[in-house]
Design a protein around this ligand. Structure first.
Ligand SMILES: [Zn+2]
Length: 173
């Protein structure tokens, strides 16, 4: 279970007083005894796009941890104030230089034990290709379309789940 009151948060970001640990609602939290500020350990939210073109899936090879060297769908972190659909479109463009349009939500995945910089919540959309010249960028080492039945090692359980669902659907169709 992630620590809801991490002691490395030592000082109040509003008034600089030393924080104390106190139960707020149902959990211990780091709180400021002077101004009442409460530090909530909000989850990291990742957003990704699943783009299939001619039975081939768009993948990028990760050049940064976690799972460096493995492949995944284009994805990135949600910024505060940003619509997750915009995040998905932006990340696809940054990592593959392709323009995509969001079609539907595939699922929202929960990963409470995401290691280090990983996402605790991952929103995965299906998107269709609009255009652009494929070129890896940002934190992708390579980018390409892969045959669904001959994929490289996939980094995250969420992408593996979506691939499995697509394969099942294609078998049923
Ligand atoms: Zn304070």
């Amino acid at each position: 279970m992630p620590n809801s009151a991490p002691e490395e948060f030592a000082y109040c970001p509003l008034c600089a007083a030393p924080l104390i640990t106190k139960v707020v609602g149902d959990k211990p939290r780091r709180v400021c005894p002077d101004c009442g500020y409460v530090h909530y350990t909000d989850p990291k939210v990742g957003v990704g796009v699943f783009v299939v073109e001619d039975d081939k899936l768009l993948l990028v090879q990760r050049s940064v941890p976690p799972q460096k060297g493995k492949w995944s769908v284009p994805a990135g972190f949600l910024d505060r104030g940003e619509d997750p659909k915009e995040t998905a479109v932006r990340e696809a463009l940054e990592e593959t230089n392709l323009h995509v349009a969001i079609e539907e939500l595939i699922d929202v995945y929960f990963n409470p034990n995401a290691a280090g910089p990983g996402a605790n919540i991952f929103i995965l959309y299906r998107a269709r290709l609009l255009g652009g010249d494929l070129q890896a960028g940002d934190d992708a080492a390579q980018a390409g379309f892969f045959c669904l039945h001959d994929l490289p090692e996939i980094a995250f359980a969420s992408a593996r789940d979506a691939i499995q669902r697509l394969r099942t659907r294609n078998t049923l169709a």
